[in-house]
Design a protein around this ligand. Structure first.
Ligand code: NAP
Length: 217
């Protein structure tokens, strides 16, 4: 059983991560901006917190095994994604070194994965500008994480497939590092439920410290 602090538990992906974590017997604390508006499952503790404030992050992370961030920008400035990882790392780093610091697992974006020509997907032609801005921000957040030595914070970033949407929990998936996982028809896709399975498997196995990886059906 791991003690997990989860940001973004009210979101589409975060809700599935919460469900999968509770199903495995982990103890989850959901950190939300407004507990009064929050309808997360009763098995989780719910506390108020601000992912953008390192002091608040340190309070929420103290004594925990893993911090998970599944936050998304919504209609806010996509730069919140970069600011959030900086705040998460900064907050965790104020805790004692070594085992006193929880691991950090972030929900990334597919935009930093490589196209066949080696360029990041966020630069691909035809991507709507609003979507491109979020993809680019996720790539910037990953670039920041890549500057953080695992001796400082044991971090991992899991990029979803290009298409991720609620669906079936099959319990099966395929992993890759920097290239999208595609099916026989060339589609990069995963259900949010199977994404959550892969993320919780990473929490349980700690197999990708200090790097990004991706998952697809
Ligand atoms: N193919 C892809 O690469 C792909 C596809 C989909 C999603 N994603 C990424 O996956 C992540 C989650 O996506 P989603 O669809 O689950 O998002 P979502 O449904 O929009 O949920 C976003 C969550 O982030 C929280 N949040 C937003 N701003 C916050 C802040 N400043 N402080 C604390 N919490 C904040 C929200 O909390 P409140 O309840 O307080 O608003 C909510 O729980 C996003 O980063 C998204 O970009 C990637």
């Amino acid at each position: 059983m791991a003690k997990i602090t989860l940001y973004g538990a009210t979101g589409t992906i975060g809700a599935r991560v919460l469900h999968e974590a509770l199903g495995r017997g982990h103890r989850v604390t959901a950190v939300v901006r407004d507990p009064a508006r929050c309808a997360v499952r009763s098995a989780a503790a719910v506390v108020r917190g601000d992912v953008l404030d390192p002091v608040s992050v340190a309070e929420a992370a103290a004594g925990q095994d893993v911090v998970v961030s599944a936050i998304g920008p919504g209609t806010d400035d996509p730069a919140v994604l970069v600011n959030a990882v900086k705040s998460l790392i900064g907050g965790i780093c104020t805790l004692g070194p070594g085992t006193a610091r929880p691991r950090l697992v972030t929900v990334g974006g597919s935009g930093s994965l490589r196209a066949p020509d080696g360029s990041p997907l966020w630069q691909a032609p035809g991507v709507p500008e609003a979507e491109r801005a979020v993809m680019h921000a996720h790539a910037d957040a990953l670039d920041f994480l890549l500057t953080v030595p695992v001796e400082e914070v044991r971090w991992t970033c899991l990029s979803p497939a290009a298409l991720i949407e609620p669906g079936e929990r099959t319990g099966t998936y395929r992993l890759a590092l920097d290239d999208p996982v595609v099916d026989e028809e060339g589609r990069s896709r995963i259900s949010t439920e199977d994404y959550a399975v892969a993320l919780l498997d990473e929490i349980d196995r700690d197999a990708h410290a200090g790097r990004r990886f991706t998952v697809g059906a």
